[in-house]
Ligand binder design. Structure first.
Ligand code: P6P
Length: 340
């Protein structure tokens, strides 16, 4: 990155497109559309705390419009922006039971479909903790010129074309991965542009932080308990090799893991035998990003990206982060777990 010159995400994606003569720029255009949606959502997220002053959730604003819950607002924003995109045939969302096919001719001839969690961790809004939008981009498998089908949204993660997230934290950042690299862009509010701030992100092979909701310990398997004991046993030494951090917002916990190294775990437990987090719009996109940065993501029994989806909202256990830490936890989980 040239010293001092800000490179906007648009400039960066155009530069990247030029490296591949066969590239058409369609994926870049779709990423720009997602960046626009992120900026619009960001504007509302930043004043979320003021809703109580401006009017209770569910109240009507000065134009008489129903005050939307933020996650509904984020969902509507993404659906509308992508409907007007020239590159998206349809979407699937954590907020919608089934996929949405855009019916206009232009969209029916578009190459890509997008899955997203519009506002992950939204329960953290009222405590001002970081939240995020997660997205996954696939090339459609259905016939061009016709509406997209459910099969377009049930592709394994190893068929992803790109994936990313927007984190609404102390700053607003968009991080996205293609098969080539992972890059992070920080929103510069004075010009309203995402600017390259984290070029070619690589996750450290090792880390010191393990991130898991230890409140669920009583429900964990023997293998998981052994791993947690391993982490805590090691802390008896002066070196304190492990620290525990858990924000309770997947995008925030994984962004820290990506930048600093570490491991994030949401395992299966007695009350959630398939885990809690959703394969298609949480675990697959985040694993695509982490693996593109040199890390690893697994269900405990196979790579997350190799899971063949059977339903749009299915859940999987997830162990994701620094490669050496994920391999270490597998010594415990594989060793002690009955095959799920
Ligand atoms: P728990 C937020 O509700 C979320 O979907 C993820 O963002 C987060 O990692 C997880 O659930 C937190 O779940 O059970 O620890 O509150």
């Amino acid at each position: 990155m040239s010293q001092g010159k800000l490179i906007t995400m648009d400039e960066f994606t155009i530069q990247e497109t030029r490296k591949f003569p066969q590239a058409t720029g369609e994926l870049s255009a779709l990423l720009r559309d997602l960046g626009l949606a992120g900026k619009i959502i960001n504007k509302q997220v930043r004043k979320a705390g003021l809703v109580d002053i401006l009017g209770k959730q569910g109240a009507t604003n000065i134009q008489g419009e129903e005050q939307m819950k933020l996650d509904v607002y984020a969902n509507e924003t993404l659906i509308n922006i992508l409907k007007n995109s020239t590159e998206c045939a349809g979407i699937a969302s954590e907020e919608n039971d089934i996929h949405v096919s855009y019916e206009d001719t232009f969209s029916a001839n578009s190459k890509y479909v997008v899955l997203f969690d519009p506002l992950d961790g939204s329960s953290n809004i009222d405590v001002n903790a970081p939240i995020g939008t997660i997205f996954a981009i696939y090339r459609r498998v259905s016939e061009l010129g016709k509406p997209c089908t459910e099969a377009d949204f049930l592709q394994a993660g190893n068929r992803l074309m790109a994936a990313g997230y927007i984190i609404y934290g102390s700053s607003t950042m968009m991080v996205y991965a293609t098969k080539v690299s992972v890059n992070g862009f920080t929103l510069e509010p004075s010009i309203g542009e995402f600017c390259l701030s984290h070029p070619n992100i690589r996750i450290p092979e090792n880390g010191k932080i393990y991130s898991i909701n230890q409140g669920n310990t009583i429900k964990y398997s023997e293998g998981m308990l052994s791993y947690l004991n391993f982490c805590m046993e090691n802390n008896k030494e002066e070196s304190r090799p492990y620290s525990h951090r858990y924000i309770g917002s997947m995008v925030a916990d994984l962004h820290r893991t990506l930048i600093k190294g570490g491991i994030f775990i949401y395992p299966a437990d007695k009350s959630s035998p398939k885990g809690k987090l959703r394969l298609q719009y949480e675990c697959n996109p985040m694993t695509f990003i982490v693996e593109a940065a040199g890390g690893k993501g697994t269900t405990g029994y196979c790579n997350i990206l190799d899971v063949t989806p059977t339903e749009l909202h299915q859940r999987v256990p997830i162990f994701i982060g620094s490669k050496n830490m994920v391999n270490k936890v597998l010594e415990f989980v594989k060793e002690k777990e009955a095959v799920a």
